[in-house]
Design a protein around this ligand. Structure first.
Ligand code: TRP
Length: 454
């Protein structure tokens, strides 16, 4: 292995990790779940998970990365040969997520073309989005386009350029989101939505909401896929990992919350006066973001431009995440299959595209397919975020706490600075995180197979 390049400092690591963390998880998945699972109580629970379980896992990954300075499969192998499979689970999860991530990326591309061709009225019309995703060909073609963008960037190896671009685009996304949020909040009926979003109502907190919040935490913080291990391996020894972890979490959660401010009050404003009932709209799930936002944009001045720019910015946020996912897969396949970078990129791109097609068709010609009550995309999402990622996380906790020894990591963290929350970290990684995750994991499996009713 050649000389590994290093991040220049604190900020480099934070921005790179935040770049992979901020994506569709924040802008599409978080508002979707928060509307569906009861608003304020879900949001509060999510924040608690991020501050506890998330904190211990992000810090663990970053410290493992900095200690070993290598990729995820090798890192696990160096800790313990028998646990190398955790590295492979990570790659499988990355592949599965990539497959459906590109379907949603395709939806975003479609909206960019709609807005920049002056069809914002069309996008705001009832049934426009459902009409689009239920077609067999167009969504798949846009999905292919999104995959091609990924392959193009990965093949040219211009990630550096994209990362740099992201440093400009991310602030732009934040500013535009704040403007849209303020606008959404000024709509009639929006304040009801704000209340729903921010005031916890624990009667709405079901066990499914707990599961969803946990899965969302794994997804949004890009946990269990070795991304933070990889980025952690580029961090200099004098960087305060504990502080960096906190900043990454704040940034990621901040953007998710902002997305909620844009979408949730607007849902109340739009649907309290429409024929469709608000209750149905709140339950609609994964497609609602695409239906509500166009209805907000249309009320704004220069709506075509605002909408177009907005989806373009989401596109870039999604692209940096999907590139990281694709890279994770390619870096292992390349070695295992002895392929050149170019041919491996084509192979991974093609297979991820094919694997994503059923998820897309699940909204149209295959909408009768229901696996444990979920459509194909939601089922893949469930398997990765609520089964495989938690499983990988529990195994990592057990490995680090009971087989390898946490002192390896606390020593590593203390190389750069005092470790203020060391005790707290140890309690989390040894007891709270594995126990909490195992309980949710088991209940989720039993529930899915109909053995208990949650
Ligand atoms: N966190 C990303 C998002 O919020 C999705 C994601 C999950 C991811 N795991 C990842 C991105 C690994 C890059 C690498 O959209």
């Amino acid at each position: 292995m050649g000389k590994r390049k290093m991040f220049s400092g604190h900020l480099g690591f934070i921005l790179a990790t935040a770049g992979s963390a901020v994506g569709l998880g924040n802008l599409w998945r978080f508002p979707t779940l928060a509307t569906k699972y009861g608003g304020g109580s879900f949001v509060l629970l999510y924040i608690i998970f991020v501050a506890t379980i998330g904190f211990s896992l992000v810090l663990t990954e970053a410290a493992i990365g900095r200690k070993f300075h290598c990729n995820v499969v090798d890192a696990y192998r160096k800790i313990n040969r028998k646990f190398t499979f955790l590295g492979y689970i990570a790659v499988l999860v990355a592949f599965l997520i990539l497959s459906y991530y590109c379907v949603i990326g395709g939806w975003i591309l479609k909206f960019i073309t709609v807005y920049f061709s002056g069809n914002e009225l069309l996008a705001a019309g009832d049934g426009f989005f459902d009409g689009f995703i239920s077609k067999a060909t167009w969504p798949v073609l846009f999905q292919a386009l999104f995959v091609l963008f990924n392959m193009f960037v990965v093949m040219l190896g211009v990630q550096n350029g994209v990362e740099r671009l992201n440093k400009v685009l991310m602030p732009a996304l934040i500013i535009l989101s704040i403007i849209v949020s303020i606008f959404a909040l000024s709509m009639d009926g929006a304040l009801e939505g704000l209340k729903y979003y921010l005031v916890p109502d624990f009667s709405k907190l079901s066990f499914r909401a707990v599961l969803a919040a946990l899965g969302q935490m794994f997804f949004s913080l890009s946990l269990g896929m070795g991304v933070t291990i990889t980025y952690g391996s580029y961090v200099r020894k004098d960087i305060d990992l504990e502080k960096a972890t906190k900043k990454i979490e704040l940034f990621d959660t901040g953007i998710a919350l902002l997305a909620g401010f844009m979408v949730i009050p607007a849902i109340f404003a739009v649907f309290s006066s429409s024929s469709e009932s608000l209750e149905n709209a709140l339950q609609a799930g994964s497609t609602l973001v695409f239906i509500t936002l166009p209805k907000v944009f249309i009320k704004m001045p220069f709506s075509g431009w605002i909408g177009g720019t907005f989806f373009l910015l989401i596109f870039f946020a999604a692209l940096t995440s999907s590139i990281a996912l694709m890279e994770t897969v390619i870096s292992t396949w390349k070695e295992k299959l002895h392929l050149k970078r170019k041919s491996c990129t084509i192979l991974v791109g093609l297979i991820a595209f094919l694997a994503g097609i059923p998820a897309s068709l699940g909204y149209g010609i295959w909408d009768s397919v229901s696996i444990f009550g979920m459509n194909i995309l939601d089922f893949t999402d469930f398997c990765t975020n609520q089964l495989l990622m938690p499983l990988g996380a529990v195994m990592t906790c057990i490995l680090v706490s009971y087989i390898w020894g946490t002192w390896h990591l606390t020593d590593e963290i203390k190389k750069s600075s005092a470790f203020h929350r060391e005790k707290w970290y140890l309690i989390l990684i040894k007891y709270i995180t594995p126990v909490a995750v195992v309980i949710t994991l088991i209940s989720s499996i039993l529930n899915t197979f109909g053995m208990i009713q949650l």
